[in-house]
Design a protein around this ligand. Structure first.
Ligand code: NDP
Ligand code: 2IT
Length: 448
C-alpha cells in the first residue's frame, strides 16, 4: 500500500465518526500523491504525513452560561491548534449547533494550507462551540461569549494563537470576547482579529473574504480571456462572506441574482440589493423571507430537502458561500447543464468530492476554498501586523494588499498545477503549493 493510502487509513481508524475531517484529509492527500511519491522514503521515515494530520494540541472545555429565564445552559467549547510550523495558530471560531470535534478538525486542517497560501506567517487552527446564536438576546450572547473566553484565554495570545470569526461569530461576538480576554489577562494585544475599528480592528477585514473571493475569481477569468463584466452570478449564503462577495461582484459589473440562508433562498431577477440584504441580516438579524417581502423583483423559496435551491438557477459563475457540503453531485450536474463556467468556493469545503470531480471533468474552472476564501485570514494577518506596530492602515492600503495577495495565490496555484502536470487543476495546485512551505518548515524544525 502506498504511504498516502496508509496515512489515510490511519486517519479514518484513529478519528472515528469524523466524516468531514476524513473528507478534508482525503482531498489534500489525493492531490499530494505526486509530491509525496517523489519523496516517499524520506517523508515516511519522518512520519511527515502522520504529524501533518495529527493536531499539535486539542483543547475541549465546558461552557456554562445562564439564559434569560435564569436556566443554566451547558455547551461544548473547542480549540484545535493544528500546526504551528510557519507561525502562531490562526483561524476562526464557529458558533453553530452542528459544531463537533470532527468539524473543527476539518476546518483546522484546511486552515494550515490556506494560511500557507497567503504567504504570511500564520499556522493553522480553528475553534468554536455548538452554541446556537439564533434567537438569543444580546445579553445571552454576551454571557456565552464571556464564559467561552474565560476558558479559552488560558490557551491563546498574540504570539501563540489568534482566533477570529466564522459562522455565527461576527463583530459583536469578537467584541465581547475581546473585552473578557483583556479583563482576565490584563493584556491589550492583538489576540483576536476581526475587532471593531475603535479597538484595534483593521479596515477592510469585514469585507475581506467576500472581496478576496471575487478578486481571485476575476484573476481566473482574466487568465482565461474573460471578465466579471456582464456575467450572471449565483451566490449561496447571506452572511459575512456572501454579502461582500455580492457587493464586489456587482462593483465589477456582474449581476448577482441569488442568496440563501438555512431556511430558504432568494431569486432576484434585477440583482440583489445589498443594502436591503445587510439591513435584514446584519441589523435586524431576520430571515430572508423579509427580503422578498420588501422587493417586488424577488422570489423567496422555502428550502426543501433534495431540492437544488440556488444551483438550479442559470448562471455563468457560482460562488458557494454558506457551509460545508452544500453543493452536491446533483447540484453540480444542474450547474453544468445550465452552462455555468466557473465555480469558486467562498465557504470552507462547500462542494462534495464527487461534485468537485464532476465539475472539473466537465471543464468548469474550479477554485477550492483554501485558495479562494483565503482573503479573510490574509487580512486578519494584516490586522495582526497593524496591532504589532500600533498603527492603522487606510482602507485603500489594506484592500490593495488583499488584491495583491489573491492575485499572487492565483499565480502560485496555477504554476504549481502546471509544474506537477495537472494544468488547470487548481485544487491540486492549492494543496501542493500550500503543503510545500509547511513541509519544508516542519523538516527544518526537526521532530516536533
Ligand atoms: P455567517 O454566519 O456570517 O453566515 C453564514 C451563512 O450561511 C448564513 O446565511 C447562514 O444561514 C448560512 N448557513 C450556515 N450554516 C448553514 C447550514 N448548515 N445550512 C444552510 N445554510 C447555512 O458566516 P460566514 O459568512 O462568515 O461564513 C460562511 C462560510 O465561509 C463558512 O463556511 C465559513 O467557514 C467560511 N469562511 C468564512 C470566513 C470569514 O472571514 N468569515 C473566511 C473564510 C471562510 P442562517 O443565517 O440561516 O444561519
Ligand atoms: O475560515 C477562515 O479562514 C476564517 N474563518 C477566517 C479566519 C481568520 O483568522 O481570519
Amino acid at each position: 500500500m502506498s504511504y498516502v493510502d496508509e496515512v489515510y487509513e490511519r486517519v479514518v481508524a484513529q478519528n472515528p465518526a469524523q466524516p468531514e475531517f476524513h473528507q478534508a484529509v482525503k482531498e489534500v492527500l489525493e492531490s499530494l500523491r505526486v509530491v509525496i511519491e517523489a519523496n516517499e522514503e524520506e517523508y515516511k521515515r519522518e512520519a511527515l504525513l502522520e504529524r501533518l494530520t495529527t493536531p499539535e494540541r486539542i483543547i475541549m472545555f465546558r461552557v456554562p452560561w445562564v439564559d434569560d429565564k435564569g436556566q443554566v445552559q451547558v455547551q461544548n467549547g473547542y480549540r484545535v491548534q493544528f500546526n504551528s510550523a510557519i507561525g502562531p495558530y490562526k483561524g476562526g471560531l464557529r458558533f453553530h449547533p452542528s459544531v463537533n470535534l470532527g468539524i473543527i478538525k476539518f476546518l483546522g486542517f484546511e486552515q494550515i494550507f490556506k494560511n500557507s497560501l497567503t504567504g504570511l506567517p500564520i499556522g493553522g487552527g480553528k475553534g468554536g462551540s455548538d452554541f446556537d446564536p439564533k434567537g438569543k438576546s444580546d445579553r445571552e450572547i454576551m454571557a456565552f461569549c464571556q464564559s467561552f473566553m474565560t476558558e479559552l484565554c488560558k490557551h491563546i495570545g498574540a504570539d501563540t494563537d489568534v482566533p477570529a470569526g466564522d459562522i455565527g461569530v461576527g463583530g459583536r461576538e469578537i467584541g465581547y470576547m475581546y473585552g473578557q480576554y483583556k479583563r482576565i489577562r490584563n493584556l491589550y494585544e492583538g489576540v483576536l482579529t476581526g475587532k471593531g475599528l475603535t479597538y484595534g480592528g483593521s479596515l477592510a477585514r469585514t469585507e475581506a473574504t467576500g472581496y478576496g473571493l471575487v478578486y481571485i475569481t476575476d484573476a481566473l477569468l482574466r487568465d482565461h480571456g474573460m471578465s466579471m463584466e456582464g456575467k450572471t452570478v449565483v451566490v449561496s449564503g447571506a452572511g459575512n462572506v456572501a454579502t461582500y462577495a455580492i457587493q464586489k461582484a456587482q462593483q465589477l459589473g456582474a449581476k448577482v441574482v441569488s442568496c440563501s440562508d438555512s431556511t430558504g433562498w432568494i431569486y432576484d431577477k434585477d440583482g440583489i440589493d445589498v443594502a436591503l440584504l445587510k439591513e435584514i441580516k446584519e441589523v435586524k438579524r431576520a430571515r430572508l423571507s423579509e427580503y422578498a417581502a420588501a422587493r417586488s423583483s424577488a422570489e423567496y423559496h422555502e428550502k426543501k430537502n433534495g431540492e437544488h435551491g440556488v444551483w438550479n438557477i442559470k448562471c455563468d459563475i457560482a460562488l458557494p458561500c454558506a457551509t460545508q457540503n452544500e453543493l452536491n453531485l446533483e447540484d453540480a450536474k444542474a450547474l453544468v447543464a445550465n452552462g455555468c463556467k466557473v465555480v469558486c468556493e467562498g465557504a470552507n469545503m462547500p462542494t462534495t468530492m464527487d461534485a468537485t470531480e464532476y465539475l472539473q471533468k466537465n471543464g468548469i474552472l474550479f477554485i477550492c476554498g483554501k485558495a479562494s476564501n483565503a482573503g479573510g485570514v490574509a487580512t486578519s494577518a494584516l490586522e495582526m501586523s497593524q496591532n504589532s506596530e500600533r498603527l492603522s492602515w487606510t482602507f485603500e492600503e489594506v484592500d490593495a494588499k488583499l488584491k495583491g495577495i489573491m492575485e499572487n495565490i492565483y499565480k502560485n496555484i496555477s504554476e504549481a498545477a502546471k509544474k506537477y502536470g495537472v494544468e488547470g487543476n487548481y485544487v491540486a495546485g492549492a494543496n501542493i503549493a500550500g503543503f510545500q512551505k509547511v513541509a519544508e518548515a516542519m523538516k527544518a524544525q526537526g521532530i516536533v
